[in-house]
Ligand binder design. Structure first.
Ligand SMILES: NC(=O)c1ccc[n+]([C@@H]2O[C@H](COP(=O)([O-])OP(=O)(O)OC[C@H]3O[C@@H](n4cnc5c(N)ncnc54)[C@H](OP(=O)(O)O)[C@@H]3O)[C@@H](O)[C@H]2O)c1
Length: 303
C-alpha cells in the first residue's frame, strides 16, 4: 500500500522557522498551493508581514510562536494548532541555527545551542506530531537536513553533526513510520542565500536563491521521495565524492572552499568577534551577494 501523502484539503501544514530564509519562502509557497500553514518561530509579531503577504492567496498563514528548544511549549503548540486551525497532516521541521566552530577556538556552547535547535528542536515537535498522526493512522513528516551532513566542511563541526544525526535518524525511523502510514522525508539542500548561510566564511559552491530552494522543496513534499537534495549539479557530485577515500575528500574540500588559506586565530571565535572581524584575515573572500545574483541569473557561481 502506498504511504500517505498529505494534501491541503486533509488538514494543516505545520512549519517551524518561517520568519526568514527558506522557511519564509516555503510558507508562502504552501499557502499559494492552498495550505493553511501554521508557522512557528520565536518572537511575537515577527510573522505579521508574512501573514499580510499571504492574504489574497488560496491558503493562509497562522502564527504559533514558540521556541523549538522548549519541549513542553512545542507539545502545547501542536495542541493549540489542532484546537484552533485543524489536524496537523504535514509537519516540516525547518527551524535551524548555525554557529561556525573553529578548531582553534572550540566552544561547548556553540555545540549545545546547535544541538538544542537543530536536533532536539526537531524532536520536540516531531514526537507530539507523530503521536497525533499515529492515532489518526496517517501523516507526513519532513526533516530539513543539509549537504553538510555528507562529510565535514570547514567550521560545520556542530552544525553538520546535527544534520548528519537527522539523516541517520530518518533512515532508522523510516522502518517504523512506514508501518504507521506516516511518510518520512529528509531534504538536504545545498547552499542557499539566507541569513544563516551568510555566517559562512568559506566559498559556498552553487549558492542558490531562496525562491529556487523553496520550489524544489515544494516539489519534494508533493512527490514524497525519501531523500531530496539540490541543486543536482552540486549534490550529485558530492554523493560521488563520498565514495572516495576521506583524505581525498578533505583535500578537495580544502581547495574548493579556499579554507586552506585561512590562518588559525587562537582565542578568537566567530561568536566573540563577529564574522566581520574575521573576514579581513581571510584570503579570496566570497561575496555571497554577488554569488546569489549570479545564481538568480542562472549563471554558475564564479570562484
Ligand atoms: N541556507 C542554507 O544554505 C541551508 C542549507 C542547507 C540546509 N539549511 C537548513 O534550512 C533551514 C532553514 O535555514 P535558513 O537558511 O532559511 O536560515 P534562516 O534564514 O536563519 O532561518 C532560520 C529560521 O529558524 C528559526 N529559528 C531559529 N532558532 C529557532 C528557535 N530556537 N525556535 C524557533 N525558531 C527558530 C528562525 O526564526 P526566529 O529567529 O524568528 O525564531 C528562522 O525562521 C535550517 O534547518 C538550515 O539548517 C540551510
Amino acid at each position: 500500500m502506498a504511504i500517505y501523502r498529505a494534501g491541503p484539503s486533509d488538514g494543516v501544514a505545520w512549519l517551524t522557522g518561517g520568519s526568514t530564509g527558506i522557511g519564509r519562502a516555503l510558507a508562502l509557497d504552501l499557502a499559494r498551493e492552498g495550505w493553511t500553514v501554521a508557522v512557528t518561530t520565536r518572537e511575537q509579531d515577527r510573522l505579521d508581514d508574512l501573514v499580510d503577504e499571504a492574504s489574497g492567496v488560496a491558503g493562509k498563514i497562522l502564527p504559533f510562536y514558540c521556541d523549538v528548544t522548549d519541549e513542553a511549549g512545542m507539545a502545547r503548540t501542536v495542541e493549540a494548532i489542532e484546537a484552533n486551525a485543524g489536524k496537523v497532516v504535514l509537519a516540516i521541521f525547518n527551524a535551524g541555527t548555525y554557529f561556525p566552530v573553529h578548531g582553534e577556538a572550540l566552544s561547548l556552547s556553540a555545540f549545545r545551542k546547535t544541538y538544542d535547535v537543530n536536533l532536539f528542536g526537531a524532536l520536540h515537535g516531531m514526537i507530539p506530531a507523530v503521536e497525533a498522526m499515529r492515532k489518526r493512522g496517517r501523516g507526513q513528516i519532513v526533516l530539513v537536513g543539509s549537504v553538510t551532513a555528507y562529510f565535514g566542511w570547514p567550521s560545520t563541526g556542530a552544525y553538520g553533526a546535527t544534520k548528519a544525526a537527522l539523516n541517520l535518524m530518518a533512515d532508522s525511523l523510516r522502518f517504523d513510520f512506514d508501518k504507521m502510514n506516516i511518510r518520512l522525508q529528509i531534504i538536504n539542500p545545498g547552499f542557499v542565500d539566507t541569513p544563516l548561510a551568510a555566517k559562512n566564511s568559506f566559498v559556498m559552491p552553487a549558492l542558490m536563491p531562496v525562491e529556487q530552494a523553496s520550489a524544489r522543496m515544494m516539489k519534494a513534499i508533493q512527490s514524497g521521495g525519501f531523500e531530496t537534495t539540490f541543486p543536482r549539479r552540486l549534490t550529485w557530485g558530492l554523493k560521488l565524492l563520498r565514495l572516495l577515500p576521506r583524505d581525498v575528500v578533505h583535500h578537495f574540500l580544502s581547495y574548493v572552499t579556499r579554507w586552506k588559506g585561512r590562518p588559525l586565530m587562537p582565542g578568537r571565535s566567530w561568536e566573540d568577534d563577529g564574522l566581520e572581524n574575521l573576514r579581513p584575515h581571510m584570503r579570496e573572500l566570497p561575496d555571497h551577494g554577488k554569488l546569489a545574483k549570479r545564481a538568480r541569473r542562472g549563471k554558475k557561481p564564479a570562484r
